[in-house]
Design a protein around this ligand. Structure first.
Ligand code: YRO
Length: 311
């Protein structure tokens, strides 16, 4: 029997495929829908201190090859995601809360509040969180990343992992890995959307989303090579006990297979979840199992990380 079982952050997942933080994981209805689906875990939208309505619509747009978004962190506020944990428990899969405070102390406050909650199995700290206005996002500032991790590990009790933005330069991978290897992180999720792309409607000669003069994070097909590179690099650079979670451009079983071959212990679905809804988990799982069957693999550990170099 082919199994898609995996372990991340010491948690057992029935299947290694679940949602990315962002799409369809903000409200109780959406989280319930994930709970009832074949997703291996339930991951929330990034939580801030207070409820946020987010940016003006349209703030999400899908093209044939992917998506652009400038949602502006719409979410119910951390207390909602903490309270929802009790309801999440009925689904028999790990419930993970994404945290993206607007500054260090917000993150510390939120993570401190989640600490006593036994139904929250892990925390995914979104390093794309804004820190100082006019400065790069936290994940692109290595010293700020270190300072934030110092602070949150003073209060964190659950396993804590980081959601990383994409890196493109070899020294940047090494600089971030050096920071992360100084902390007891449980996992690294690679990658967030590729920041500040621009999609254009040529008939209208106009941008396609309203916030930020049309600039937004890119997801979908085009980001898969960048995602695979980030999964592969952090798999080789981080301490061996850190699980890598792959996200970026996964819409079928073969895309998931590629991420796992690069070192991912689990994969998340973003743009394709928005497109297809929660049925995507069962479909992609079936496709991945079929590929594994044909290749003679019975578990993901048979090929995880085993990407070959050329002779
Ligand atoms: O706009 C968002 O809510 C958003 N979109 C993404 O593709 N990735 C993210 O991490 C977020 C939330 C964080 C931020 C981009 C608003 C700082």
């Amino acid at each position: 029997m082919t199994s898609l079982k995996t372990t991340i952050a010491g948690l057992e997942l029935e299947t290694c495929i679940y949602n990315a933080s962002g799409p369809l994981c903000t409200t109780a209805e959406e989280l319930d829908d994930l709970g009832q689906s074949m997703a291996g875990a339930i991951l929330s939208k990034s939580a801030t201190l207070e409820y946020r309505a987010g940016n003006e619509k349209p703030r999400y747009y899908e093209t044939g090859w992917g998506s652009i978004n400038s949602m502006g962190l719409p979410n119910e506020g951390y207390k909602f995601y903490a309270d929802y944990a009790k309801q999440a428990a009925q689904y028999g899969k790990p419930y993970i809360v994404s945290v993206s405070g607007m500054g260090f102390e917000d993150n510390a406050t939120i993570i401190k509040h989640l600490a006593g909650n036994e139904n929250i199995k892990a925390i995914e700290l979104n390093l794309s969180c804004p820190n100082l206005p006019g400065k790069p996002q936290t994940g692109y500032d290595f010293e700020q990343s270190r300072a934030l991790l110092n602070r949150v590990f003073e209060v964190a009790q659950q396993p804590l992992g980081v959601k990383l933005p994409p890196y493109f330069d070899m020294p940047h991978f090494e600089m971030m890995a050096e920071v992360l290897n100084d902390f007891p992180i449980s996992f690294a999720t690679c990658i967030n959307s590729i920041g500040n792309g621009l999609v254009i409607d040529t008939d209208q000669e106009c941008v396609v989303i309203k916030p930020k003069k049309g600039f937004g994070g890119i997801g979908g097909d085009f980001i898969k090579p960048t995602a695979l590179a980030n999964v592969r690099k952090f798999y080789t650079l981080l301490k061996k006990d850190v699980d890598i979670i792959g996200v970026g451009g996964i819409k079928n079983g073969m895309d998931a297979f590629e991420h796992i071959l690069c070192g991912a212990s689990a994969v998340q679905i973003g743009t394709q979840l928005m497109r297809e809804g929660t049925g995507c988990f069962a479909r992609i799982a079936g496709e991945l199992q079929e590929i594994m069957n044909k290749k003679g693999y019975s578990s993901i550990n048979d090929f995880k990380g085993k990407l070959k170099d050329m002779e």
